[in-house]
Design a protein around this ligand. Structure first.
Ligand SMILES: [Zn+2]
Length: 95
């Protein structure tokens, strides 16, 4: 019984909601992954004629930013940095 809390399963996460500190950020806008919840409801929604949805379970998950490591030129110095795809598409990056 006492051993059950120490067993690690593959789905386990090591952070609390809103407490996630990423080390990968976008070089230009600072975008990063954020923690959130997968919220499971059951029942029929009030707008569909039911009595309402009941909260069953909330599971922690990560919403990851789409970061790509690319070579770029910044102030005349060439380096490879993590950049989000939004900044790549908007043309901020000079390769
Ligand atoms: Zn960005």
């Amino acid at each position: 019984m006492s051993n059950a809390s120490t067993v690690k399963r593959p789905g386990d996460v090591k952070f609390k909601q809103g407490d996630h500190k990423p080390n990968k950020r976008c070089f230009y806008c600072g975008k990063h992954s954020v923690s959130g919840g997968v919220i499971t409801h059951r029942g029929i929604a009030k707008k569909s004629g039911g009595i309402g949805l009941k909260l069953v379970k909330t599971n922690l998950r990560l919403f990851k930013a789409n970061l790509q490591k690319i070579k770029l030129k910044h102030n005349g110095v060439v380096s490879s940095e993590w950049v989000c795809t939004g900044c790549i598409r908007s043309g901020l990056v000079t390769k």
